[in-house]
Design a protein around this ligand. Structure first.
Ligand code: KIV
Length: 266
C-alpha cells in the first residue's frame, strides 16, 4: 500500500511515481494491477464524467460518491480527493467537507490555491488530515484566469508561485500538484520543498506525474494539450488494452521516458 511515507522515500531516492485520475471501481482495479502509485478523484469528473465545460458544478456529494467507489476496490494506491469549487471558502465549511471526503475513503484532501490556504492546511494537518495543494493552472479559478492558460511565466509570477509553494509546505501541506507551469519553475519548486511534488504539464523534474485517465487513453476531445500522451494506441502497448496503457504509463514515468521535452512548456 502506497502511503505518504512511501512517496517521501521516493522523493529522497529520486524514484519517479505515478498518479492517475479515476472515478469508478472497475478502472481502480485495473490501475491496481498496473501498480499505479496514487489515484486522484479529481473534480475533473465534472468534465469527463458529467459533461460540464468546467469543474465548477461539481459538489461535495459528487466527490464523496466517486471517492467511495474507488476506496471500496483500491488496496494499493494512495487516494487523493479534490474539495470542489467553493466548498472550502470558510474554515468550518472546509473542515466539514474534508471530513466527508476522508470518511468516504480519501487519504489526502486536494485544494487549489496559494498562501491564502495556509490556515486551512494547518488546521487540517492538526486534525489528522493531510493536504495536497494544487498550484499553477488551478481549474476552479478558470474565470479569474480568463481561460485555461499556462501560469508562472515571467519573474514576478514565478517568484509568487515559488513563495506560495514554500508557504503552504511550511504550513503543513503534505504534497503539491503543479499544473501547466514552465518546466524550469517546476524544477525550482520541486528542489525547494521537502514534500513530493506531482506535475501535469510541468516537465520531467517533478517527483511524480499525474494525467487525467480519459486523456491518456486518447479520449480527450477538442484541442489536445501538448502534455498529453495517448498510452492506449502507443505501439509499446502491443495489446492496445486499457490495462496495458496504465502499465506503460507506470513504466514510462518510473524509467523517466515520460514526459519528454515535447510535453513541457517554457
Ligand atoms: O481534477 C483533476 O483531475 C486535477 C488534475 C488535472 C491534477 O486536478
Amino acid at each position: 500500500m502506497t502511503t505518504l511515507s512511501t512517496l517521501n522515500k521516493f522523493k529522497k531516492a529520486g524514484t519517479k511515481f505515478t498518479c492517475l485520475t479515476c472515478y469508478d471501481s472497475m478502472f481502480a482495479r485495473m490501475m491496481e494491477k498496473a501498480e499505479i502509485d496514487t489515484i486522484l478523484i479529481g473534480d475533473s469528473l465534472g468534465m469527463v464524467v458529467q459533461g460540464h465545460d468546467s469543474t465548477l458544478p461539481v459538489t461535495v456529494n459528487d466527490m464523496a460518491y466517486h471517492t467511495a467507489n474507488i476506496a471500496r476496490s483500491n488496496k494499493h494506491a494512495l487516494i487523493l480527493a479534490d474539495l470542489p469549487f467553493m466548498s472550502y471558502v470558510t474554515l468550518p465549511e472546509a473542515v466539514a467537507n474534508s471530513r466527508t471526503l476522508m470518511q468516504a475513503g480519501a487519504h489526502v484532501i486536494k485544494i487549489e490555491g496559494g498562501s491564502e490556504l495556509c490556515e486551512l492546511v494547518t488546521t487540517l494537518a492538526q486534525a489528522g488530515t493531510p493536504t495536497c495543494v494544487h498550484l499553477g493552472l488551478t481549474p476552479q479559478s478558470v474565470n479569474v484566469f480568463g481561460g485555461y492558460k499556462i501560469q508562472g511565466r515571467g519573474d514576478e509570477a514565478a517568484d509568487k508561485l515559488l513563495a506560495d509553494a514554500k508557504a503552504v509546505v511550511a504550513a503543513g501541506a503534505a504534497l503539491l500538484v503543479l499544473e501547466c507551469v514552465p518546466a524550469v519553475l517546476a524544477k525550482a519548486v520541486t528542489d525547494a520543498v521537502a514534500v513530493p511534488v506531482i506535475g501535469i504539464g510541468a516537465g520531467a523534474d517533478t517527483d511524480g506525474q499525474v494525467l487525467v485517465m480519459h486523456d491518456m487513453l486518447g479520449m480527450a476531445h477538442g484541442r489536445v494539450p501538448r502534455f498529453i500522451h495517448d498510452f492506449l494506441t502507443d505501439d509499446r502497448n502491443s495489446a492496445h488494452s486499457i490495462e496495458g496503457a496504465f502499465a506503460l504509463y507506470q513504466q514510462s514515468v518510473r524509467e523517466g521516458s515520460f514526459p519528454t521535452e515535447q510535453h513541457q512548456f517554457s
